[in-house]
Design a protein around this ligand. Structure first.
Ligand code: HEC
Ligand code: HEC
Length: 201
């Protein structure tokens, strides 16, 4: 009987260990903030809103999305000379903390007033393709799909072109961009960058 109890205990203990998700450390936003100020601010801005159009804004972006991108840069799955260098010096814990910090540091709000009727007309059809994941307003409802609203116009355009050329790979987005021509990419990037504003929190 005792032997059976021991076996049951072992099984329960093993199941408990297995049920703990991969991330065993608690996310520490204060540590993330420290890294953001020391390492990221130079390019992405003091508040995670960058000054140059080639550096994406990070504040208010989805936490799971940010973390995936950092891991992809570190693993070389997504290429960027700048970000490869940056992530080489970050542990998985650092990346979790800094992703949590930026996600919490801002909130993307709709600012549809900045979208002209003529621009809306140009993208109206294509927005139906983006809607299911990014929503028509570019503020996504799922942690895995990035917000597009309020992001830098030039950055969005560059990323869509990279998906198109196969330089950035993602099963979903690589298939989507086949339905877009150069003009669509330009108009959609302009539309989403204007459709929202990042409010620092
Ligand atoms: C030397 C400049 C530089 C520094 C420092 C830097 N970045 Fe970047 N970061 C970039 C560039 C350039 C890109 C765009 C890469 C591309 O072309 O895809 C980028 C992209 C990103 C992305 C992808 C965003 C998206 O919307 O997909 C994340 C996330 C990111 N950086 C996080 C960080 C974090 C966190 C730090 C600090 C630990 C940091 N970066 C430091 C230049 C920098
Ligand atoms: C079925 C879901 C889905 C649809 C539909 C979709 N996307 Fe995406 N999109 C994603 C995912 C997932 C990613 C993140 C890819 C990764 O992890 O690198 C993404 C990433 C992006 C990025 C990169 C953002 C950044 O910060 O680097 C852009 C730009 C983008 N999508 C634009 C669009 C546009 C424009 C459309 C419509 C024409 C669209 N997407 C339709 C799922 C989708």
């Amino acid at each position: 009987m005792n032997g059976l109890k021991m076996v049951l205990k072992t099984i329960i203990f093993t199941l408990l260990i297995l049920s703990i998700p991969g991330q065993v450390f608690a996310v520490d936003i204060a540590k993330g903030q420290g890294i953001a100020k020391r390492v990221c601010a130079a390019c992405h801005g003091k508040q995670g809103i960058s000054r140059a159009p080639v550096f994406p804004n990070l504040s208010g972006q989805k936490q799971a999305y940010l973390l995936k991108q950092l891991k992809d840069f570190k693993a070389g799955v997504r290429s960027s000379n700048n970000m490869q260098g940056v992530t080489a010096n970050l542990s998985e814990e650092d990346m979790s903390n800094v992703a949590a910090y930026f996600a919490a540091h801002g909130k993307v709000e709709a600012s549809a007033r900045k979208v002209s009727q003529s621009l809306l007309k140009k993208v109206d059809d294509k927005l139906n393709i983006c809607m299911s994941c990014h929503t028509r307003s570019g503020i996504s409802q799922n942690d895995k799909f990035p917000n597009l609203a309020g992001q830098k116009d030039q950055y969005l355009q560059k990323e869509l072109e990279k998906f198109k050329k196969g330089k950035r790979k993602d099963t979903t987005m690589s298939a989507i961009v086949r339905q877009l021509d150069k003009k669509d990419i330009k108009n959609l990037s302009k539309y989403f960058s204007r459709a929202g504003k990042i409010k620092i929190q």
